[in-house]
Design a protein around this ligand. Structure first.
Ligand code: MN
Length: 201
């Protein structure tokens, strides 16, 4: 069974003015689709493509040597973008609550976490992601290059922000910090909280 791009579940313009409709359309329908197409092509005839994407990328040593880089990049891209669309779904809580809120308090509170995530995103040279991952009863902030995922290091992301230029260039051009600042307006904290609750501590 091949991997497929999940439906966005909301309109391309649902995150405006923070993320514009054209960026969302190209990002979901072209960029994410390309990762999935390339992932499926790399996995053809390997017999390992029938498992949850997180399980696949958590165990890259199961991938044949000549396919590993393609699976790492495109499998990571598939997993990362799937999470990204989910945590931006409109209509959820605009502030954390419950266990994830306590975890964030443990790092000094939401403003401190936002600042640290934004800092990680700004300092990520080239393309990559900034993350909040579950760590025990708390959370940690990290970043990855390219389409690498914290899952590849045995960690479970609960929030991630795409800092590839394709995620913001139409609206923000070179102003990555402005994109990062605006992005927090579209976070669905109900989804992030559910991911925290479901994650292994
Ligand atoms: Mn992207």
């Amino acid at each position: 069974m091949a991997y497929s791009v999940p439906d966005l579940g909301y309109a391309f313009d649902a995150l405006e003015p923070h993320i514009d409709a054209k960026t969302m359309e190209i990002h979901h329908d072209k960029h994410h689709a390309a990762y999935v197409t390339n992932l499926n092509a790399a996995l053809e005839d390997t017999g390992i493509g029938d498992q949850p994407i997180e399980q696949l990328i958590a165990n890259l040593d199961q991938v044949p040597d000549d396919k590993r880089t393609a699976v790492r990049n495109n499998g990571g891209g598939h997993a990362n973008h799937t999470l990204f669309w989910e945590i931006m779904a409109p209509g959820g809580a605009s502030e954390p609550s419950g266990a994830v809120a306590s975890a964030i308090e443990g790092l000094g509170g939401l403003d401190t976490v936002k600042e640290a995530v934004n800092d990680a995103g700004v300092k990520r040279f080239g393309s990559g992601w900034a993350w909040v991952v579950r760590a025990g009863d708390g959370v940690e902030i990290t970043s990855t290059p390219n389409q690498d995922s914290p899952v590849m290091d045995g960690k479970t992301p609960i929030l991630g922000i795409d800092v590839w230029e394709h995620a913001y260039y139409l609206n923000y051009q070179n102003r990555r910090p402005d994109y990062l600042a605006a992005w927090w307006n579209v976070v669905n904290w109900d989804v992030v909280g559910a991911k925290f609750d479901a994650a292994k501590g």
